[in-house]
Design a protein around this ligand. Structure first.
Ligand code: TLP
Length: 372
């Protein structure tokens, strides 16, 4: 998508020349034998950052979450997650497929769960009910627009779950963003949970890689399942080196992405027909709601794309913009300007109607790019 200002996701970030040099220079070994020094270094460093005994390098955030669910649960258990959580919404029923567990989705407030919501979802101890085994939290919360838990909010809900006998997992794909937004340290959050997964391949800009972390025995069990899931990698130090580089160079600059997201939201919020809840614009994600415009999100996105700006479409009426390190503040301003222009002169109603009804069936266009 040359020439396109691509706001679909921070997963689109490309490795810089310096990052590629660090990758090329990485000392490597066979990580299935535990002999890749760069992977070992990354695992130790991330475990220390998260305040956990051990960490395990995995290919994706999805695998990190799914391995934690697998390790915490037994077949037939139930897992509580927020209704828009990535583990529920975007992991292709992985918890059912890989762990034979069911997810109980609980709507939170802007993605944030509280004690009352969790309390009501925990099953009574009766033989004909599933056993509630695990609570999954997400920080920052993707579908809710990058919203963050305060440390005490997360601590309260996690403590309640622990008292009820549940384990607690944190999907921290963007925990770094939450920390930069709140000024908290990753370990401040992670000391309240049993396991956590974090991503290097989102705002930090590494091409591949996530880690899960927890107590040593937990991580050893997850390592066993990682091999079963096909995630045992060999000279993975080449990838780990990108992660180490990202931790060194791309963490503090996340604040810039957050500033850009806010500027973008304020500018685009002026557009006729769009609603942006500024209270949810806390990190690098902006959700644009077009339900008052009379045109669905797919139509808007098509027009924006034709004008040179691409967003993802999490719902029928919503688009998502994610700021990231490959977009400077000038790009963000240009994207917002382009979208405002576009909204002032949308294609006429007849073209819009034809686009909606491409196959002549009278049915609405399905989500064309539901990612994000
Ligand atoms: N999120 C992607 C899409 O899958 C939606 C994105 O573009 O934001 N947890 C959270 C909270 C995530 O947002 C994601 C990726 C993951 C886990 C999964 O990470 P990967 O893509 O590495 O499997």
């Amino acid at each position: 998508m040359a020439g396109m200002i691509d706001l679909r996701s921070d997963t689109l970030t490309l490795p810089s020349t310096e990052m590629r040099q660090a990758m090329a220079a990485a000392e490597v070994g066979d990580d299935v034998f535990g002999e890749d020094p760069t992977v070992n270094r990354l695992q130790e460093r991330v475990a220390a950052m998260l305040g956990k005994e051990a960490a395990l390098f995995v290919p994706s955030g999805t695998m990190g979450n799914q391995l934690c669910i697998k390790t915490h649960t037994r077949a037939g258990d139930e897992v509580i997650a927020e209704a828009g959580a990535h583990v529920f919404f975007y992991e292709t029923a992985g918890a059912a497929f890989l762990s034979s567990v069911q997810i109980f989705p609980v709507p939170g407030k802007n993605g944030i769960l509280d004690v009352e919501g969790v309390r009501r979802a925990i099953r009574p101890d009766i033989y004909y009910m599933p056993k509630t085994r695990l609570l999954c939290l997400e920080n920052s919360h993707n579908r809710a627009g990058g919203t963050v838990y305060g440390v005490s909010q997360l601590a309260e809900v996690a403590a309640f779950a622990h008292r009820a006998g549940l384990a607690v997992h944190l999907d921290g794909a963007r925990l770094w963003n939450a920390c930069v937004a709140t000024g908290s340290k990753p370990a401040d959050y992670c000391s309240h949970v049993d396991s956590v997964s974090v991503c290097l391949s989102k705002g930090l800009g590494a091409p591949v890689g996530s880690l899960l972390a927890g107590r040593r025995e937990f991580v050893e069990e997850a390592r066993h399942y990682r091999k079963i899931f096909g995630g045992g990698m060999r000279q993975a130090g080449i990838l780990a080196a990108a992660g180490l580089y990202a931790l060194d160079h791309n963490m503090e600059r996340l604040a810039e992405d957050h500033r850009n997201a806010r500027t973008f939201a304020l500018m685009v919020g002026e557009m006729q027909g769009v609603t942006i809840d500024m209270s949810t614009v806390q990190t690098n994600i902006v959700i644009l709601d077009f339900s008052k415009s009379g045109r669905n999100a797919a139509e808007w996105n098509k027009w924006f794309q034709a004008a040179g700006v691409s967003l993802s479409q999490p719902g029928e009426w919503t688009l998502r913009a994610v700021t990231h390190l490959n977009l400077a503040k000038e790009d963000i301003a240009q994207a917002a300007e382009t979208m405002l222009q576009c909204a002032k002169s949308p294609p006429d109603a007849e073209i819009a109607r034809q686009e909606r009804d491409v196959d002549g069936s009278g049915e609405r266009t399905r989500m064309t790019h539901p990612g994000g």
